[in-house]
Design a protein around this ligand. Structure first.
Ligand SMILES: *[C@@H]1O[C@H](CO)[C@@H](O)[C@H](O)[C@H]1NC(C)=O
Ligand SMILES: *[C@@H]1O[C@H](CO)[C@@H](O)[C@H](O)[C@H]1NC(C)=O
Ligand SMILES: *[C@@H]1O[C@H](CO)[C@@H](O)[C@H](O)[C@H]1NC(C)=O
Ligand SMILES: *[C@@H]1O[C@H](CO)[C@@H](O)[C@H](O)[C@H]1NC(C)=O
Ligand SMILES: *[C@@H]1O[C@H](CO)[C@@H](O)[C@H](O)[C@H]1NC(C)=O
Length: 437
């Protein structure tokens, strides 16, 4: 089995005239796209302005797609960016990744960052085909795509063995794992408790981070401020996956600055009588308390049943409640930010993704789990004082785009932030440390 593509002397063979020419078109269309979305979000839309900017936006998106389609799907990342960092992406047998895509949900559900980051990296200029010039090695294993036929949730019981097998493979055939003991190798762990690979926190804690991953870098959705066995490894907190296309299509129908007629919104599981699951209760009973206190309050739009069109509700809302579930993080964080609804984070101790790109304190509210009984007063107070300034901060396109994984990468998006975070860890690059000796 050949895992490596190309050799020292054989990289980026396609850099012809056409390629360079298309890169310019690409650059132009990306800039145009950002400029037009800037117009949309910054202009108080009198209807005529919003109509023209929206159609510009559509036109530029078509332009982007067109140039992507004909330009090998590459996004320019210049050599000055990220300190010239290069990432090698292992080509593993398809049973580790692409086989799982036969189930369409694999690439679109909330754990799909493992797929999106892989897809974005293989199309990016940060990729190198020459492992000898790589700073980091990305190991693409899709562990959250084995959906249980019983309840439809991802079964991650096989995650450890699948990753272990992938490591065996790359470490037996190539020298890069052994020379750093995995320290410059990067994995995604996008499930509830990240690199502990279990859905229940007590079991996750008991299992801990597998030994074979302990030296590596894990991109994981799980993050808390206190010490926790499931972050006892070098890691980057990443957002859960929300399809950027779904966000764009929601905003095309209902622009960010439309009137928001829902005061406080939550749709999702709110158990009336949560079960004691080995000593723990779903959402630490916070969601139960929210339902109990506010389901009769007309300012609160709370729904317990599923509804596929819920993004259209988020874009109509001023405040979006983001209480913990089993884990502290939730896809609502990403959807609220992307759709301009102020997230109300109720998950004590949560550590949020990409703090250098997303000024969380300026764009969201944090309410302690024990303070949900005062939620109504807290939100009324903010609405009467600084809601407008929070919204202004939140509606900055750079903020709203930072939590979405696009394919290919767009400047400032979630995969871009991942690259930025890796570039802060270049001290782990074996190539650089040996070059400097
Ligand atoms: C680009 O390709 C995608 C999928 O291959 C297709 O859906 C889309 O319509 C194409 N866009 C243009 C502008 O040709
Ligand atoms: C999928 O998950 C189930 C339950 O954890 C496991 O028994 C099975 O081996 C997994 N499938 C593969 C191909 O790993
Ligand atoms: C890496 O180390 C393992 C365990 O010591 C060994 O089995 C394997 O052959 C080594 N890989 C290479 C490429 O030397
Ligand atoms: C929940 O169940 C555990 C046993 O699994 C028990 O020790 C604990 O007291 C129960 N807690 C409550 C609040 O009922
Ligand atoms: C808005 O006001 C709340 C409390 O009234 C405060 O906690 C928060 O920091 C303020 N946010 C901004 C962005 O001014």
């Amino acid at each position: 089995m050949r895992l490596l593509h190309g050799t020292r002397n054989n990289r980026n063979p396609e850099k012809g005239f056409c390629y360079r020419y298309f890169k310019w078109i690409l650059w132009f269309s990306i800039s145009f796209y950002f400029f037009s979305s800037f117009l949309i979000t910054r202009n108080k839309p009198t209807s005529s302005i919003s109509r023209t900017t929206v159609s510009h936006n559509k036109a530029s998106r078509a332009l982007i797609e067109e140039s992507f389609n004909s330009s090998l799907h590459k996004t320019k990342i210049s050599d000055e960016l990220f300190d010239g960092m290069k990432v090698y992406v292992y080509e593993l047998p398809s049973k580790y990744n692409t086989d799982w895509l036969s189930n369409e949900r694999c690439s679109s559900h909330l754990f799909a960052a493992e797929v999106a980051i892989h897809r974005a990296l293989v199309r990016s200029d940060a990729r190198t085909f020459d492992p000898w010039e790589a700073d980091f090695f990305f190991v693409p294993v899709y562990v959250s795509c084995n959906f249980s036929t019983v309840n439809g949730f991802p079964a991650i019981g096989h995650a450890r063995s699948l990753i272990a097998a992938a490591i065996d493979l790359v470490s037996s055939q190539y020298s890069f794992w052994n020379r750093s003991r995995g320290a410059d190798h990067v994995f995604v762990a996008s499930h509830d408790f990240g690199s502990c690979f279990h859905t229940l926190e007590d079991v996750a804690i008991a299992d801990g981070v597998p030994k074979f991953l302990k030296n590596s870098i894990i991109l994981q959705t799980f993050g808390v401020k206190h010490n926790h066995p499931c972050q006892d490894v070098e890691h980057v907190v990443i957002p859960p996956y929300i399809s950027p296309e779904s966000v764009r299509s929601t905003l095309a129908k209902s622009p960010l600055t439309n009137r928001r007629d829902i005061f406080a919104f939550f749709r999702g599981k709110m158990e009336l009588h949560p079960k004691n699951v080995s000593g723990r209760f779903y959402s630490k009973r916070v969601r139960t308390e929210i339902w109990r206190r506010y389901s009769g309050n007309r300012r609160f739009y709370l729904k317990r049943e599923r509804f596929a069109g819920y993004q259209s509700e988020i874009v109509r809302s001023k405040f979006c409640l983001c209480p913990l579930g089993w884990a502290p993080w939730s896809p609502r964080l990403v959807e609220s930010v992307a759709l301009g609804c102020v997230p109300v984070i109720i998950a004590d101790g949560i550590r949020l993704p990409f703090p250098s790109a997303v000024p969380w304190a300026d764009i969201s509210l944090t309410v302690e789990e024990t303070a949900v009984d005062r939620l109504g007063d807290i939100l009324e107070h903010v609405a009467a004082t600084n809601l407008t300034s929070i919204q202004r901060n939140l509606w900055d396109p750079a903020v709203r785009g930072a939590l979405l994984f696009n394919v290919p990468i767009l400047e400032g998006d979630a995969t871009w932030q991942v690259l930025e975070s890796l570039s802060m860890r270049l001290d782990r690059s074996h190539r650089r440390s040996s070059a400097s000796v």
